[in-house]
Design a protein around this ligand. Structure first.
Ligand code: ADP
Length: 396
């Protein structure tokens, strides 16, 4: 291998040292790859085969000794020299580095004349060893004890951090639930009065007033839908399915009527292809929520002039719901992530749509709780199809 191709992996967090080594060794034709910490060094070592590794022992986190031990365990680095580069010149420091897996020990400050010479020696096969085997055994024992102590400390820190996160998550859930309840009460009154206005029960309205009431009703329904999603999501974990025999098409009838009206108002064609499906065991409220989330999205992400179709296929062992739209579609990279809670595709168009990113997370939970599956196919600019397959556990 020519010298120009030789690679030095340097694990060091200090920028001055990084620059210095890069300058000294770069001038000799080496390629110096810098890793800021141990895990980055391990990742770089995995991707590239360095000719030599220089490790600063004082790096934070996974320290230089541990990084060396980790690098030593990688089979492709078996013959690659790992040399400690450190300011620690205390008695025993060199031996401690050697038992951790280093092949040599260079004390800082870095000497610009000596470093290339030392690096060349290690590349040529120099391997330093601890002088006495008995000393090595003692040092190894002390090193492994220190590793276990550090591990124990980390486990304790992680357990404490995990407990704190769980408590914060519980508090967040509690806060979201009480916030949604608090907001829902006044919103219900508001929607009730708007309906009375809309029906003319509080006196005749002028044309502009009627238009304004329509806008207010639509906005408050959106808000109510968002709050429902939030509440539903918060309560998902503790909610047991309330299974009963229901006729799918019948159960969805009120929702269909509301969606049909909404589609008309949005200038969308809305077809339903659903015969009289046989009864099946399902949670009625959850079933409606599932269809609502999927239809709400289909209507939300399809522009005026488009088409949304709901198909219910009735099979002896399963029920298949298909919701198709001719809307904006979803790029491939987002297709799996959209089922994660709070995930929304950030396009300028999606931005102006109301939503919390919970609809599909709820839908997936409901489908899986019924032992079913939900899948999506989509072509950006052409539309999306969500397919739900629910096993027909038993038909009473
Ligand atoms: P929300 O609709 O409240 O944002 P969802 O969980 O229902 O949350 O959906 C997550 C994201 O998936 C949406 O923000 C949107 O980007 C994308 N998405 C879902 N359904 C469709 C659809 N029919 N057409 C295009 N994009 C969709």
């Amino acid at each position: 291998m020519s010298e120009a191709q030789q690679k030095i992996l340097y694990v060091e967090d200090n920028p001055d040292n990084q620059r210095l080594v890069q300058r000294i060794m770069g001038a000799r034709g080496y390629l110096v790859l810098i890793a800021e910490d141990g895990p980055e060094g391990v990742a770089l070592a995995r991707e590239t085969l360095p000719t030599i590794v220089l490790v600063d022992l004082g790096i934070p986190g996974l320290d230089g000794y541990e990084t060396t031990t980790r690098l030593r365990s990688m089979p492709h680095l078996r013959d690659v020299p790992i040399v400690a580069l450190t300011a620690d010149s205390s008695p025993g420091a060199r031996e401690r580095a050697l038992v951790a897996g280093c092949d040599g020990y260079i004390v800082k400050p870095i000497d610009a004349r000596q470093l290339p010479q030392l690096v060349a020696e290690f590349i040529d096969g120099r391997r330093d060893k601890v002088a006495a085997p008995a000393v090595e055994v003692d040092l190894l024992r002390a090193y492994s004890q220190r590793l276990v102590e550090r591990l124990e400390l980390r486990v304790r820190e992680l357990s404490a951090a995990n407990a704190e996160l769980q408590e914060l998550d519980r508090l967040k859930g509690q806060f979201l639930s009480s916030l949604s309840h608090e907001l829902r009460t006044p919103l219900t009154a508001l929607m009730g009065y708007l309906e009375l206005f809309d029906r003319g029960m509080l006196g005749e309205l002028s044309e502009p007033q009627r238009d304004a009431v329509v806008v207010m009703r639509r906005s408050s329904e959106t808000l109510a839908q968002q709050l429902n999603n939030l509440l539903y999501f918060q309560e998902l974990r503790g909610r047991a399915l309330n299974l009963r025999a229901l006729r799918p098409t019948e159960a969805l009838r009120p929702l269909m009527a509301a969606m049909q009206e909404r589609a008309r108002a949005q200038g969308l064609a809305f077809d339903i292809q659903a015969g009289d499906a046989l009864p099946m065991l399902a949670d009625g409220e959850a079933f409606e929520q599932l269809a609502r989330s999927l239809l709400d999205n289909a209507l939300k992400f399809t522009a005026r002039g488009g088409r949304v179709r709901l198909t219910v296929h009735d099979e002896p062992s399963r029920l298949i719901l298909r919701i198709e739209d001719t809307g904006q579609g979803i790029e491939k990279e987002h297709l799996q992530k959209i089922f994660l809670p709070f995930y929304r595709v950030e396009t300028p168009q999606a931005f102006i749509q109301p939503g919390s990113g919970l609809g599909l997370a709820i839908a997936r939970h409901i489908v899986e709780a019924h032992g079913g599956q939900i899948t999506v196919r989509s072509t950006p600019g052409r539309g999306s199809t969500f397919t739900v397959v629910l096993p027909r556990t038993s038909a009473p």
